[in-house]
Design a binder for this molecule. Structure first.
Ligand SMILES: NC(=O)c1ccc[n+]([C@@H]2O[C@H](COP(=O)([O-])OP(=O)(O)OC[C@H]3O[C@@H](n4cnc5c(N)ncnc54)[C@H](O)[C@@H]3O)[C@@H](O)[C@H]2O)c1
Length: 639
């Protein structure tokens, strides 16, 4: 007796358990009484039989439930395993009760049907009451969570959204609804959150659920799809953020921490480029690669991507000490051998020392001056760096046994209106005509987003300060590409290009700068009317739109995605050398119109008209370059 008391006591070590047991006693008593009433058409014959059996049944049920540990009281977590345990406990109790009544006590008046009805009723009550409690508790919990956390509507109900929903319970956000354009997902629930409509329905969904924030969970969305989504988000006037694009997702996993504001790159298009990585690897892995202009926007991304292909050694060559220092700090952790050289491509001796000391095999040249208006005022410097510096670099590389040489060119080289564009075109012509043991090629492309001095950070700053945004012309357009995409395509072009090729990257559709500014204002969260846009008129050397090809260039596919080959006329190397020597002489004299005029002889497509009455006196050729050796005609070409 004492032992039984102890066992029962050990079953209820705390008040909660005791309370749970009392509740079960009540439920079992109720279900046996109802079973009795049902069996006898709601009359109560032989009540003494029922009341004598009831304590025995209750005791056996309690023992059965204790055996399966069903008095834990954590009903919020009731699941299938609890339901199975209840089934086993009830079955065990019923068998015990039948044996006790019929065979031990010999009580045959207790109807067999009541055993069965009671079993079913007890089972339903025990399970039902737990399910009901779980629903009520969860509902109460979610309203508390909802009150304490920021509510969000998730855009997209795919894998990324599912990952996000799994993360959200551990964050400060509470998902209230999803929207998705897939009709098959309409009305379904993802992790208990309903798909309340399509993306188009977002304004209604926002009105119905009043979320604090919208989360875009479609990492595979194209630029066009993102544009549509943010247009709709914008109308709701609710803050919106996005998960990164597929390419930027680490291990493909979506986390709440990765959510960020939508940026212009997201709207530009996020089609993943399918690279022929093996061909790039064949050109880079195990070789000594030098990047000039390594600390610049394109150079630094080149270095970053090259390291993935495991070169034997990477030489980061740049004249800018601080930018190179920053690059060095950013590249810690790489297992490749990296050398940082503060050096100038126009310093031939230093160039030769670096290339020979490290046995450089591949040169990727991104060192250049690029700012159009600035170069209009500094013609000789533009030529010194972008033309003669390049020529020095090619000479030294060739004579030092390099095997591959790449020039980063620009769409400004096509039908140039600017002097800087002309220098890039002369570079292309030199690469395409200079006889060389090296495989020399150029890659031409349009603007990259976020490069140093590009318009977007400038516009963003103006928007932040609510200054007037200055656009030169309402119809001006430019090509844009993200730096990582451009650089990966540059490496692709480098790997497949042949000797003297000029390869051009497919830049997609040109973007109207006015639209770009409006989008940037929208992404900043400011109402359009708070930031003014003014038009200042095209600058003298500015084009309304850029070309990627000359009219005379025949373009053909290379077999690589987004990389074209051009074939056009180029002058002979000897003619070009002659003109370069004359240009060098003009630089020494330093009369801008004469320099431009000579440049126009090399690049007849240069949109520059000489001032009237100008007298062209040929400058005497200079004997100033040791480096050009026998390739530069030092004798006066005219005589
Ligand atoms: N940024 C663009 O949108 C874009 C688009 C197409 C082509 N390009 C071309 O790519 C090249 C690089 O552009 P970027 O945007 O990276 O420019 P950037 O100014 O960011 O980088 C150029 C780097 O070259 C270095 N450099 C310049 N002259 C040098 C010299 N004589 N010796 C050593 N280092 C020198 C600079 O210090 C700088 O770090 C340019 O030729 C440009 O015309 C740029």
């Amino acid at each position: 007796m004492i032992q039984t008391a102890k066992k029962v006591e050990s079953m209820f070590p705390n008040k909660n358990r005791l309370f749970a047991a009392l509740r079960e006693v009540l439920l079992v008593s109720l279900s046996v009484s109802i079973a009795w009433l049902l069996r006898f058409d709601f009359t109560l014959p032989n009540p003494q039989v029922l009341f004598a059996a009831m304590p025995i049944l209750v005791l056996l049920r309690i023992l059965g439930m204790a055996r399966f540990n069903l008095f834990h009281g954590y009903w919020r977590y009731t699941g299938i395993s609890d339901a199975l345990d209840i089934l086993k406990a009830v079955a065990l109790g019923s068998v015990g009760f039948l044996v006790a009544e019929r065979w031990i006590l010999g009580e045959k008046r207790f109807p067999l049907s009541v055993y069965c009805i009671e079993l079913i009723l007890t089972l339903c009550m025990l399970v039902g009451v737990r399910v009901l409690a779980r629903a009520v508790l969860q509902n109460a919990q979610s309203s508390t969570d909802r009150d304490n956390r920021k509510t969000v509507v998730v855009i997209g109900a795919g894998c990324a959204a599912a990952m996000l929903l799994r993360e959200l319970p551990r964050s400060a956000y509470f998902p209230v609804a999803l929207v998705d354009d897939d009709p098959a997902k309409a009305g379904v629930r993802l992790h208990g959150v309903p798909v309340a409509g399509t993306v188009q329905d977002l304004p209604h969904v926002v009105r119905a659920y009043r979320p604090h924030e919208l989360m875009i969970a479609i990492p595979s969305a194209s630029g066009e799809q993102m544009q549509r989504i943010i247009d709709i988000c914008d109308h709701t006037r609710v803050r919106f953020r996005t998960v990164p694009s597929l390419g930027d997702l680490l291990n493909g996993a979506v986390t709440v921490d990765q959510l960020r504001d939508v940026n212009f790159e997201d709207l530009l298009g996020r089609d993943p480029v399918c690279l022929d990585v093996d061909s790039v690897r064949r050109r880079i892995t195990g070789r000594v690669v030098m990047v000039t202009g390594a600390a610049g926007s394109i150079g630094s991304e080149l270095c970053h991507q090259l390291l993935n292909y495991k070169p034997l050694k990477l030489i980061c060559f740049d004249q800018g000490e601080t930018p190179l220092f920053n690059l060095q700090n950013a590249q810690t952790g790489s297992t490749c051998s990296i050398v940082y050289c503060v050096a100038d491509i126009t310093d031939g001796t230093r160039l030769r020392d670096v290339i020979r000391e490290h046995d450089v095999q591949v040169v990727l040249n991104a060192a250049a001056y690029k700012h159009v208006p600035l170069m209009e005022e500094n013609l000789s410097e533009a030529l010194k760096n972008n033309v003669f510096g390049l020529l020095d670099l090619m000479e030294v590389a060739d004579h030092s046994g390099c095997e591959d040489f790449l020039l980063i060119s620009s769409d400004k080289a096509v039908n140039p209106t600017s002097f800087m564009g002309c220098t890039k075109r002369i570079g292309e012509l030199m690469v395409a005509t200079r006889p060389s043991r090296m495989r020399c090629l150029s890659v031409r492309f349009g603007n990259v987003l976020g490069s140093q001095g590009s318009v977007i950070p400038l516009f963003q700053e103006q928007i932040k300060l609510k200054h007037t945004i200055t656009v030169t012309h309402p119809d001006i357009t430019r090509y844009f590409m993200t730096i990582p995409e451009a650089v990966s395509l540059v490496l692709q072009a480098f790997s497949i290009g042949g000797k003297r090729d000029i390869l051009v990257l497919d830049m997609g559709k040109p973007v109207r700068i006015l639209d770009l500014t409006k989008t940037l204002i929208r992404l900043s969260g400011l109402p359009q009317d708070q930031v003014k846009i003014s038009f200042t008129g095209l600058r003298p050397v500015e084009k309304l739109f850029e070309d990627l090809f000359y009219a005379f260039e025949r373009r053909s596919n290379t077999g690589a995605q987004k990389v074209f080959r051009t074939q056009g006329q180029t002058a002979s190397w000897s003619e070009l050398l002659q003109l370069l020597a004359e240009l060098r002489a003009e630089c020494a004299i330093g009369i801008p119109d004469r320099i431009r005029s000579k440049v126009k002889e090399i690049v007849p497509e240069y949109h520059w008209v000489p001032t009237e009455g100008e007298v062209h006196v040929p400058a005497p050729l200079l004997h100033d370059s040791q480096l050009f050796g026998d390739q530069v005609p030092l004798a006066n070409a005219n005589g």
